[in-house]
Ligand binder design. Structure first.
Ligand code: GDP
Ligand code: MG
Length: 717
């Protein structure tokens, strides 16, 4: 294949609800461009894009697939992104390396949830978008409703470039109000370009005028021209549409049947003539804010946005040439590993088809294999630049489960397989929790995790089980308490002796150190000699005060006492969870000239601390998350009453175009399977994000339950 220059490349992400026809549209584009000779079909499981076995099983895209087509002497790189929200990672990666989104709308259903959710991503990333109304050949297709829906959901910048003369069985012609022509497909699938028939003239003129105005609106000169002439010619309109597209001032609508290959060429024409070039949008910025201009004459910089593990090949790394050009055999520097990588083979990829390339220019998308240490999100540079691109930002995980190999002997294999799966889909997050003694996997939803299970079962031959992930509770105290403990042991020769008196109180960073405690009618005054503030690995603090006077305990025993206390902090007296937010004042004790040693004081410290802890109004704390639910207004009531059952606190509400945004704090313990519940409450029309906020005390009934469960567990063991 020829080497394409920056001004001959267009990068597109196909987005849209599952089932709208993205993969079918991709297949049709490959056919039109001649890359394939026969079109595959989702139902026959032979498309170029959905080539993974899991995609055949689910008849749904799971991975994003990078594809390309040559058209009008340009190269269109397009990425077929999965539509389901659980696989949003593939879309987010793709949007990061493409200039334009093509959103496919299923004309039998109008705007669906997935499209709405994806539209918000496009808006947040400021992506130009082209709309495609697909499945117009379907007997349930409804063009008017789809248009109405789309305008209601995406605003009045949605503008018709094409409309169908009729839909359903009889769909065979489209009126193009930019070209002011009619396209008609004959029985053999060939397209004829015809004059607009008289019967369509009025409608076509109306849409044409709307398009002219929408095009003119994006540029002052065009606006002036429009006022002068009362109209614009095709080139002028195209110039306006081009600007409108780039600035999200216009979202043009095209009409297709991906199944029957109708309307495909016209979209490819439009993409090649009117969609922004890789260097036409704002320059990319690296982590230091340095602008990286997409220009082949600049130093070479590649950004790896995707890894795919392929049979016989190993890891295939997909990159975008952010600047400069890359030539087969180049040695580039991995900015994150600081090692050299030789790009001995360069490819362009269309699903499982690969073609070798000798050179790729700024703006192009390619793939490399057999690199040593390079992974997704890495930057590969020539010697003369040190820019470094930031990691792609995915939505935070919202589903959490513990994972366990059914056969213990598979544990190691499971670890390795998971590492590989995470490489391919970075929206899975893996964590071994020492605290909970569980391997915890986070994902975007239950469907996402069930897909992980499928991979493990079918591709790695590992049977696994998901179990409920435990909650990382914390323990703390709410009032002052004191305790003494004497550890004394006489066994044979030398004995053990250590006695510790201490006071504990809740740690409050606003409150100064306490010097006088009133406890049970009595009073304890302490004389602070020394203080140690310990930042705990699990969050929060322990402050340790040495208040020993008159040398009643030798200074060298104080670390032993702290060790004893830390043991209890790591294994809280209530439920064995980590403790936090405590001040300990060691103010008295006794030692023995022969029998005292570190271990004795460690035991005494632990016992005294534990006793005091239990008297100090101990409380269990739980992690609470900031949750933001976006829900269609008509489902608001159901979602709110469900949230109320989850011990949540509503923090705020806002409406935006038919949606309500609910901000709420919810304990993690109440979020179990929330994605599934929310989905069934709203028929999949809601979405949410969650992020850790803080630890708060659990209500007393919950505390009682937790204590009881812990006791039962202890008795079992
Ligand atoms: N009638 C009709 N069916 C279509 C069309 N495009 C796709 N489909 C069917 O819709 C289903 C989903 O298509 P697919 O391309 O997998 O959608 P994706 O999930 O967006 O990738 C498949 O059964 C396709 O055969 C179309 O233009 N007309
Ligand atoms: Mg698909």
């Amino acid at each position: 294949m020829k080497i394409y220059k920056t001004n001959e490349i267009k990068n597109i992400t196909l987005v849209g609800n599952s089932g709208s026809g993205k993969t079918s549209l991709a297949e049709a584009m490959l056919l039109e461009s001649g890359l394939i000779q026969r079109k595959g079909d989702i139902n026959s499981k032979n498309t170029v894009s959905d080539y993974h076995e899991i995609e055949h099983t689910q008849e749904n895209s799971v991975f994003s697939t990078v594809l390309f087509a040559e058209w009008n002497n340009k190269k269109i790189n397009f990425i077929d992104a999965p539509g389901a929200d659980d696989f949003v990672g593939g879309m987010v990666s793709a949007l990061n390396v493409t200039e334009t989104a093509v959103m496919v709308i299923n004309a039998t259903n109008g705007v669906e949830v997935g499209s709405e959710i994806q539209w918000r991503y496009l808006a947040n990333l400021n992506k130009p978008a082209i709309l495609v109304f697909n499945q117009l050949d379907h007997d349930k297709a409804n063009f008017e409703k789809t248009l109405e829906d789309t305008k209601a959901a995406f605003g009045k910048k949605v503008t018709i470039v094409q409309y169908p003369v009729s839909v359903g069985e009889s769909f065979d012609s489209v009126v193009d109000v930019l070209k002011m022509k009619m396209y008609k497909w004959n029985a053999n699938g060939y397209r004829e370009e015809l004059e607009i028939p008289a019967s369509e003239k009025e409608k076509a003129d109306d849409f044409h005028n709307t398009l002219v105005e929408a095009a003119a609106e994006n540029d002052d000169n065009l606006m002036e021209l429009f006022f002068e002439k009362g109209s614009l010619n095709e080139d002028e309109m195209r110039a306006g549409i081009r600007i409108g597209l780039k600035t999200r001032g216009l979202f043009p609508v095209f009409c297709t049947s991906a199944k029957k290959s109708m309307g495909i060429q016209r979209i490819m024409d439009f993409i090649t003539t009117t969609a922004p070039l890789p260097d036409e949008l704002d320059a990319a910025k690296d982590i230091n804010g340095t602008e990286v201009i997409c220009n082949s004459d600049n130093p070479t910089s590649l950004f790896v946005f995707k890894t795919s593990v392929e049979q016989h090949l190993g890891e295939v790394l997909f990159f975008k040439v952010m600047s400069g050009k890359v030539t087969e055999g180049d040695d580039l520097i991995n900015m994150y590993r600081e090692n050299k990588e030789r790009l001995s083979q360069l490819y362009i990829v269309a699903g499982k088809n690969r073609e070798k390339m000798t050179e790729l220019h700024a703006g192009d998308i390619g793939a490399a294999v057999k690199l040593k240490e390079t992974k997704t999100n890495h930057t590969l540079n020539s010697k003369d630049t040190d820019v470094k691109f930031a990691d792609i930002k995915y939505p935070p995980a919202k589903h959490r489960a513990a994972i366990k190999a059914t056969n213990e002997s598979d544990e190691e294999k499971l670890g390795e397989a998971l590492q590989r799966i995470v490489q391919e889909d970075p929206t899975y997050i893996l964590e071994y929790s020492k605290e909970l003694k569980q391997l915890i996997i986070y994902g975007q939803g239950e469907f996402h995790l069930n897909t992980l299970k499928w991979h493990l079962n079918n591709e790695h031959n590992i049977e696994i089980e998901f179990i409920t992930a435990k909650i990382p509770y914390r323990e703390t105290i709410t009032k002052v308490a004191t305790a003494d403990f004497r550890h004394k042991k006489q066994s044979g020769g030398s004995g053990q002796f250590g006695e510790v008196h201490l006071v504990i109180e809740p740690h409050d960073k606003e409150k100064p150190d306490t010097k006088k405690f009133k406890i049970n009618g009595g009073e304890i005054t302490v004389n602070i000699r020394d203080k140690q503030e310990i930042e705990l690995d699990w969050g929060g603090k322990l402050v340790y005060y040495n208040c020993i006077v008159g040398g009643v305990i030798d200074t060298r025993y104080l670390p032993g006492i702290l060790k004893g206390i830390m043991e209890k902090m790591e294994n809280g007296p209530l439920t064995g969870s980590y403790a936090r937010g405590i001040r300990v004042y060691v103010y008295d004790g006794k030692m023995h000239p022969v029998d005292s040693n570190e271990i004795s004081f460690k035991i005494a410290g632990a016992k005294a601390f534990s006793t005091a802890f239990k008297k100090a109004g101990p409380k269990i704390m739980e992690p609470v998350y900031d949750v933001e639910v976006i829900v269609p207004s008509d489902k608001m009531g159901d979602v709110m009453s469900d949230l109320q059952g989850r011990r949540s606190i509503i923090m705020g509400m806002a409406s935006e175009r038919g949606y309500e945004k609910i901000s709420v704090k919810v304990p993690l313990a109440e979020m179990n399977r929330y994605s599934t519940v929310l989905s069934s409450l709203t028929s999949g029309r809601a979405t949410y994000t969650m992020e850790f906020a803080e630890y708060t005390q659990v209500p007393s009934d919950v505390q009682e339950k937790l204590l009881k469960t812990y006791q039962e567990e202890q008795e079992e063991e």
